[in-house]
Design a protein around this ligand. Structure first.
Ligand SMILES: NC(=O)c1ccc[n+]([C@@H]2O[C@H](COP(=O)([O-])OP(=O)(O)OC[C@H]3O[C@@H](n4cnc5c(N)ncnc54)[C@H](O)[C@@H]3O)[C@@H](O)[C@H]2O)c1
Length: 376
């Protein structure tokens, strides 16, 4: 390790602490060119700042993000806050001359995403957006197979992310279930970047979309004995046409669901063609399913090990999970920033993030008018 990357976190909630855990085990990466150190954290909640005192490298704990941004000890900032705050805080990071790993959905709506993308380009800072599941070994293998074009004529593609925790109507409201904090795109803002990163990186860009959006529970307990409106979309099915390798209008379906019975946090990709196919789901994290056309109909199951894009000390036959792909995503960010990504997959770019918002804005229009919407 030679280069040092000093990190600051704004938003030390669920994801801020997950990031701290990734930096805390950075030394598992083998022959990695960048050393990472978490040096500063900003959150509004005292108990969270208290939690970060466990991290020995953290020198600055503050409730004022401007204080963190003024620190000459911080090179890169990870911002993990509610979506209504993305634009303001991301622009503050860029104006302070720092690099940024932004959380999805990269602004509350399309206009915010474009503003952030344009500011990032103007600043010259290194900016990427979070999406970790494509760094799982099965997803990486599926990506290589899809790139090789060995599936023959494509029949259909499904890219999915499913939760089920919202099936419980007694679950209290939080900021992710309210448009004013989460955005009008609702579940698409919450889960959408996870389902577009892999297809977009293959150049699979939707030409048109027909969207089915559902709001099932319209209010939830407010945690104070009353009820509060729950106005975000719960589930979204985006049926799109995509031109792939000279083949017109391949059906590509993006599924984002907070109400998916039986699913806790399932990311899945399925690609079916006339000569072959692949299916990978984080529900069975070791298992890669592949299909090859033959006399009989056979899906083959491969037990994958820990074949990560960035090598670690972890045994090659061990299983990978969420903290592992999150660490790999951060390694991809650090490697790309240092010019050492090579031919590995990188994090979501600002242009890809804007493209996702263009798709979600078109989906809102489609659902509202019950019509197909063309994308430019
Ligand atoms: N990549 C993933 O898998 C993944 C998973 C969950 C959430 N997210 C994204 O991460 C972001 C945060 O989500 P979360 O689940 O961590 O939310 P969270 O509610 O757990 O944490 C958000 C934190 O931001 C803090 N905060 C709010 N305003 C602030 C301010 N002005 N300055 C400093 N801190 C402030 C809050 O106190 C809270 O601790 C969102 O964009 C969300 O979509 C990503």
């Amino acid at each position: 390790m030679n280069q040092k990357l000093r990190l600051g976190i704004i938003g030390g909630g669920l994801m801020g602490r997950e990031a701290a855990s990734a930096f805390g085990r950075w030394f598992v990466l083998e022959n990695f060119p960048v050393q990472v150190e978490l040096v500063a954290v900003c959150d509004l909640q005292e108990n969270l700042l208290e939690w970060f005192k466990k991290v020995p490298t953290v020198k600055l704990l503050t409730k004022d993000h401007k204080e963190l941004l003024q620190s000459p000890d911080v090179d890169v900032v990870y911002v993990a806050v509610p979506h209504n705050l993305h634009q303001g805080l991301y622009l503050d990071v860029l104006n302070a001359g720092k690099d940024l790993l932004a959380e999805k959905p990269f602004g509350i709506d399309l206009q915010a995403a474009r503003t952030i993308r344009d500011a990032a380009a103007k600043s010259g800072r290194f900016v990427r957006c979070s999406s970790e599941f494509p760094f799982m070994p099965g997803a990486q293998r599926a990506f290589q197979l899809a790139k090789s074009g060995q599936f023959g004529k494509l029949l259909e593609v499904r890219s999915c992310f499913w939760h089920s925790s919202d099936l419980d109507p007694t679950k209290a409201i939080n900021w992710k279930r309210q448009n004013k904090f989460c955005g009008e795109i609702g579940v698409m803002g919450d889960l959408g970047m996870h389902v577009v990163h892999f297809p977009f990186r293959l150049g699979w860009n939707p030409k048109r979309v027909f969207a089915q959006l559902q709001k099932i529970y319209t209010e939830r307990p407010d945690g104070k004995g009353g009820m509060a409106p729950c106005d975000t979309w719960d589930n979204a099915l985006l049926h799109t046409d995509v031109d792939i390798n000279g083949q017109s209008d391949v059906p590509v379906r993006f599924e984002m669901k907070r109400l998916a019975p039986g699913e806790t946090n399932t990311w899945q990709i399925e690609i079916l063609g006339t000569d072959g196919g692949v299916r990978y789901s984080t529900k069975e994290p070791k298992t890669l399913w592949t299909f090859k056309r033959g006399k009989e109909q056979i899906w083959e199951r491969t037990d994958l090990g820990y074949q990560m894009p960035f090598q670690t000390i972890t045994g090659g036959i061990f299983e990978a999970g969420f903290p592992d792909c999150f660490l790999q995503m951060w390694a991809a960010y650090a490697a790309e920033r240092a010019g050492a990504l090579g031919d590995r997959m990188g994090c979501v770019t600002p242009d890809e993030a804007v493209k996702s918002h263009e798709l979600f804005a078109a989906a809102l229009e489609s659902h509202k008018g019950k019509k197909v919407v063309e994308l430019s």
